[in-house]
Write a protein that binds this ligand. Sequence first.
Ligand SMILES: Nc1ncnc2c1ncn2[C@@H]1O[C@H](COP(=O)(O)OP(=O)(O)O)[C@@H](O)[C@H]1O
Ligand SMILES: [Mg+2]
Length: 271
Amino acid sequence: MKIMNVQPSEVSIPKDLEKQLIGYDWHKVNIGWSRSKIYKLTRKNKSTLFLKINRYSGDLFFNHEYDMLSWLKGKVSVPDIIYHSKNSDNEFLLLTEILGEVSYEVFSRSDIEANLKILAKGLQIFHTLPLGNCPNKIDLDTMIQHAKERLEQGKINSKNFDVRWKHKTPYELFEDVKRLIPRRIEKVVTHGDYCLPNVMIHEGELSGFVDLGCAGINDRYYDLAAITWSISYNFGEKWLPFFFENYGINYDEIDRERLLFYQMLNEFIEF
Ligand SMILES: Nc1ncnc2c1ncn2[C@@H]1O[C@H](COP(=O)(O)OP(=O)(O)O)[C@@H](O)[C@H]1O
Ligand SMILES: [Mg+2]
C-alpha cells in the first residue's frame, strides 16, 4: 500500500471535505479493479476512514453506491457514510472502516474452508433480505440493451475478455450472451459485486461488506456468477462444491448456463 502523508496531488476534492481530512495520512488502496479511487485515511487517536471517489461516465450503468449504502444500513454490516457529494465528474464518499482483512487473505486450507463458510453465510444474508423499498432494481432487458449499445458504439475490446473467451470477437461473444438469456430468474437483494475483496473478515467472523455500487434487486445468479469466478481465481475451482454446499445449493444442480450468461454479459458493462 502506497502511503502519503498529505493529500496526493492526483486528487482534487471539495473544499468542505478537505477541511474534514486535515491531519490524516493518505494510503492509496490498490485492491479493487474498478475505475474508482480508494484511499485509506489514518490519523493518531482517530478512527480510520476510507475515501472512495467514484468516477462518472456516460457509460456507467451501475452507480448506486450512496443509495444502496443508505438503504442497507441497519440491515447488514456496511460502512457508514460520513460525507457525500457529487460534482459533474466524480462522487465523493467518506466511509467508516469495516474492520478486518479481505476474505482472500488465507494461510492454510482450514482458513480457506472457514472463509468460504463465511462467504456463503454472507451471501445468504443478502439473498434473504426483504425486497421492500430497495432503491435499485436491475432489469435484465435494460442490462442487455445497455450492453448492446456499448457493443454497437465500438466500446468493447476483446483484449480485456476473460481467458475462456478471449479468442472471440465482441460480436461473437454477444451472440453467446443472447443464446444464454435465462428463461427464469429469481429476484433477490444482491450485493452486485460479490467477490472476495469485497467481503471483510475480522477475527474469524464476518465483519461486513464494501463496494455496493451495483447492489440492488437482481437475479440471485448475478451474485453467484461473481463469487464463482472469484473463488476459482483466488482458491481454485475445486472449492466451488464446498462453497455451494454451504450456501445451500447442491453443486450438481447449479445452472451453469446462467452463471456463464452473467459472466459473459459483464464483459459488456463498464464498472
Ligand atoms: N469502508 C471500508 N472499510 C474497509 N475497507 C475498505 C472500505 N472501503 C474500501 N475498502 C478496501 O478497499 C478496497 C477497494 O474498495 P472498493 O469499494 O471495493 O473499490 P473498487 O470498486 O475499486 O473495488 C476493498 O476491497 C477493501 O479492501
Ligand atoms: Mg471492490
